[in-house]
Design a protein around this ligand. Structure first.
Ligand code: ADP
Ligand code: ARG
Ligand code: MG
Length: 362
């Protein structure tokens, strides 16, 4: 019996897993028309969705150039996920002063939620994490540390770099790492993520991985997760304008001291996963919705309601996790591409106001 070709496998996945976007948009004629070298590149890009047939995206770029070199494939995936039919472009607008988004104004009970906003960034001078080797991961971490040494000079952003690279002069022990993960500051052990494993993104774990954290613990930068950098601001309270303002100012400083970011005129910030292109931003609230989640046991009702307002629901431990027992969930606008940073903040505020009205009415 002959071994099924990659195209045959993917066509079978398309039938069995219609939600797998990689399989949905994979065109065997396009694939067969590529050179052998480009077929090998494509095979790496789609490997995660072939091995994990339940993927909703099922592809990761290995290099910023992949989005151009395999444009017919990626463009279809990107349009499907981001719901874009017309021209694609990425506006940038960080002027958060034009609308006050204070959650406390919705309800005093929302004055103390945990807020987080992050952007994904990759530098143009390294392959994306799925294609980096161990030396490159550590070399990139070293470059990031040089940038953090400059960031530290800014009093509001000053802090320390914590590395989990064995032997790094910034290395922390495993107890400190666990504590930071539990505090939702540090990323989880990526070698447990089957999607990232097949894509090569978690290779060489934990080399080249770490986190910068400001003294006030409200500005953080992940190094070596799904993207080279995840830059975020995080704080308790309700003032989204302050949260976004801090991220923007920190990002401006970092952009001047890091190697240039990979940016696309069409897709905005280049990310490993097509879901993160555009603003590269995910702004989330950790909030308790006990009524809409039946005490945290069932996300069906809350997810259906949230979808209407363009919001996604995650569990309290992030993507692919369950809700907290008290109904603690992670709510964030789904849109990343084609919407500005300012619009994302506004969508979070407006969506949460609507969702909160449903919660209190139940
Ligand atoms: P992302 O991919 O956007 O970085 P993940 O879903 O992978 O987000 O979650 C990363 C970590 O961030 C997890 O520990 C998650 O619980 C935490 N997190 C996300 N949003 C918040 C928030 N608003 N407050 C506190 N922690 C958060
Ligand atoms: N690769 C996974 C899938 O296709 C996750 C995609 C979105 N999440 C992410 N962290 N990039 O289902
Ligand atoms: Mg994540």
């Amino acid at each position: 019996m002959s071994v099924p070709s990659l195209s045959d496998k993917i066509l079978a996945i398309r039938k069995a897993n219609p939600a797998n976007r990689m399989a949905r948009h994979f065109d065997p004629d396009y694939f067969n028309g590529l050179s052998a070298a480009d077929q090998a590149r494509m095979a790496r890009i789609v490997a995660t969705g072939v091995a994990n047939t339940d993927s909703s995206m099922g592809a990761y770029a290995m290099d910023p150039s992949d989005y151009n070199d395999f444009a017919p494939f990626f463009d279809a995936l990107i349009r499907d996920f981001h719901g874009i039919t017309g021209e694609i472009s990425q506006p940038h607008d960080w002027d958060v002063s034009t609308k006050a988004c204070d959650l406390g104004a919705i309800d005093g009970k929302l004055k103390d939620v945990s807020m987080r906003v992050r952007v994904a960034r990759n530098v143009a001078s390294f392959p994306l994490p799925g294609a980096m080797n161990r030396n490159q991961r550590v070399a990139f971490e070293d470059e990031a540390v040089l940038a953090f040494e400059k960031l530290i000079e800014h009093p509001e952003y000053g802090g320390q770099y914590l590395s989990i690279t064995p032997g790094s002069k910034h290395e922390i022990d495993s107890a400190e790492y666990d504590r930071r993960v539990a505090a939702h500051q540090m990323f989880k052990d990526m070698s447990n993520d089957r999607f990232l494993n097949v894509a090569g993104i978690s290779n060489d774990w934990p080399y080249g991985r770490g986190m910068y954290v400001s003294k006030a613990q409200d500005f953080l930068v992940w190094v070596g997760e799904e993207d080279h950098l995840r830059i975020m601001s995080m704080q308790k309270g309700g003032d989204l304008n302050a949260l976004f303002g801090r991220l923007h100012a920190g990002l401006e400083i970092l952009s001047k001291v890091l190697p240039p970011f990979a940016m696309s005129d069409k897709y905005g910030a280049v990310a490993s996963c097509p879901t993160n292109l555009g603003a590269g931003m995910r702004a989330s609230l950790h909030m308790k919705l006990p009524n809409l989640t039946k005490g945290g046991t069932d996300l069906e009702v809350v997810t259906a309601a949230a979808t209407k307002y363009g919001l996604a629901v995650r569990g309290a431990g992030g993507e692919h996790s369950a809700a907290g027992s008290d109904g603690l969930v992670d709510i964030s606008p789904s849109a990343r591409l084609g919407v500005s940073e300012m619009e994302i903040m506004q969508r979070l505020y407006d969506g949460v106001a609507a969702l909160w009205a449903l919660e209190v009415a139940r």
